[in-house]
Design a protein around this ligand. Sequence first.
Ligand SMILES: [Zn+2]
Length: 214
Amino acid sequence: MTETFLEEQLLGLSPRRKVMVGAVLVLGGGVASAVLWGMGWLVGATIFAFVMGVALVLSGSGELARIRAQDAEVEKARLEWSELERGAGDALRHGRSVVRFLQERGYREFAVRRWIVAELGIDARRGHLEFEAAGAPFSADQLRKLFERLDEVSGKGYECDHQFTLTRRFLEEQRMPTAASLRWLGEHGAGCDCEVIFNVEQQWGNRVGFEPRR
Ligand SMILES: [Zn+2]
């Protein structure tokens, strides 16, 4: 077993174990090098153990401190969750950075900020806001349903006739404004049913919460 291999194994331990093993190495290495002082290479080995022990204690306690800091921030987030929701919503509406808002509120841990953003569904909400800003004559929900309909029939072997046959039928069924809707779809790259999926879905699918069938 080479020294580097041993080091890698020791550094892969959980933080608490690192501190424990490190403390044992510091004590054992320290005592052994005092007893064996002057006995050549044996002392070298005990000094190595001592140094390794110090490194483990430092690394382990650093990681423990990090974990404690993250736990504290998660706890704080749970306590002020409704304020975070409101603040993040405001930031999104005014085009400000949600991450900066969280930093200003004292969230210093990257992992915690990422967790909060995911829990708040920020990506989904940003997508909805962008969709609203694009001024479509229908809702995000309606567009998602159109994608779902077209996706479903294309899975059943529907071949596009390069017109808006199915789209038009869907719009009429849903009592959506046909001419204005087709114009919006056209402005976003669709000239027919299959292009609604190929071009419009590519841009907007994610943002209106559409998930293609596998
Ligand atoms: Zn087509």
